[in-house]
Write a protein that binds this ligand. Structure first.
Ligand code: SF4
Length: 311
């Protein structure tokens, strides 16, 4: 029987799911993903999380709990640093320990990998560790890792090519700046995306970008920004800002990195911009009114610019 690997559909799932799925499937494992987020999954996460945790973390704990008893291992990465002088949000560093502590009375096994390049732990080493846990040879694990990495990169390049086509449309274009786990979550981000599409807007996603280039150019907006994932989003703003009509900054409450970075973006980027902070108790009415007004203002601005050119 195949070993079943449970993957919570939350947090870094939305960045690495192709890498994870392909890697484990190449090693002859079966993947068990949690379902899309629902009110019920979120409520369960809220019960397990401390009040101060961000919405995205609460969602994650609900997903994790839903997988207990359905698989042999649950995948929990510990991501700390990808390079010197860069970190990721401390919640990703603490994820493994928080889960172990929160669910200490429950019976389940974790498969984990640690990325802390500053301390000498690379992603490759982390994947070799998981292969070992699964009883696979170094050779087959490396082959699976290289193949999965390639699959993830090809998929991302294809998404960038598709998005570049959308930049040529005459529709109003809005750059949605948000962590992928908020953007693509069925309960958190999808209602915002659906509403913007109902308003006739073409959405450009800040996470769909050449990540290396984005990290390089982010220094133009902030030379001291240390959070890797925020750095990519900030770099994406620099790359896309002249090709879009406005920017939506969407964050979960209370997000430490986003609260600082969003303030900086508001001060430095001269572009129509609106912020949306998503929380557990949110209804959609207030948010929709703000988005509708924002899109109306952009429409008016575009019409005025058109009239000026005409005259
Ligand atoms: S970056 Fe913000 S939203 Fe993401 S895990 Fe950290 S606190 Fe939560």
């Amino acid at each position: 029987m195949k070993t079943k690997i449970g993957i919570p559909k939350a947090l870094l799932y939305f960045r690495y799911h192709t890498l994870w799925r392909t890697f484990f499937e190449r090693l002859d494992c079966e993947i068990v993903e949690s379902d899309d987020t629902t009110k019920e999954i979120l409520s369960r996460g809220v019960n397990y999380a401390i009040d101060e945790a961000c919405l995205s973390y609460k969602v994650y704990l609900g997903h994790l709990e839903s997988l207990i008893g359905k698989c042999d291992y649950i995948l929990i990465p510990r991501i700390a640093t990808f390079k010197d002088r860069e970190i990721v949000c401390t919640r990703f560093q603490a994820l493994y320990d928080v889960v172990c502590n929160t669910f200490r009375d429950r019976d389940f096994k974790i498969i984990d990998y640690n990325v802390d390049v500053y301390e000498g732990h690379t992603e490759q080493e982390g994947f070799l560790h998981m292969g070992k846990v699964l009883g696979k040879s170094k050779k087959e694990t490396m082959e699976a890792y290289i193949y999965a990495k390639g699959a993830m990169e090809e998929e991302h390049k294809a998404l960038i090519r598709e998005q570049n086509k959308k930049l040529n449309t005459d529709k109003i274009k809005i750059l949605l700046v948000a962590h992928p786990y908020n953007t693509y979550d069925a309960y958190v981000g999808s209602p915002v995306i659906n509403y913007l599409e109902e308003l006739g807007v073409s959405i450009i996603y800040a996470d769909i970008v050449d990540r290396e280039k984005a990290r390089e150019v982010a220094h133009k907006i902030s030379p001291t920004l240390q959070w890797t994932y925020n750095k990519e989003l900030v770099g994406a703003i620099d790359i896309y800002k002249d090709k879009v009509d406005g920017i939506v900054l969407m964050s979960s409450f209370p997000c430490g990195p986003d609260s600082l970075v969003n303030e900086m973006i508001i001060r430095k980027i001269k572009k129509p911009l609106v912020t949306l902070i998503l929380d557990v108790q949110d209804g959609t009415a207030g948010r929709e009114t703000r988005l509708e007004s924002f899109v109306d203002i952009i429409k008016l601005k575009k019409e005025e610019e058109y009239e000026k050119i005409k005259n």
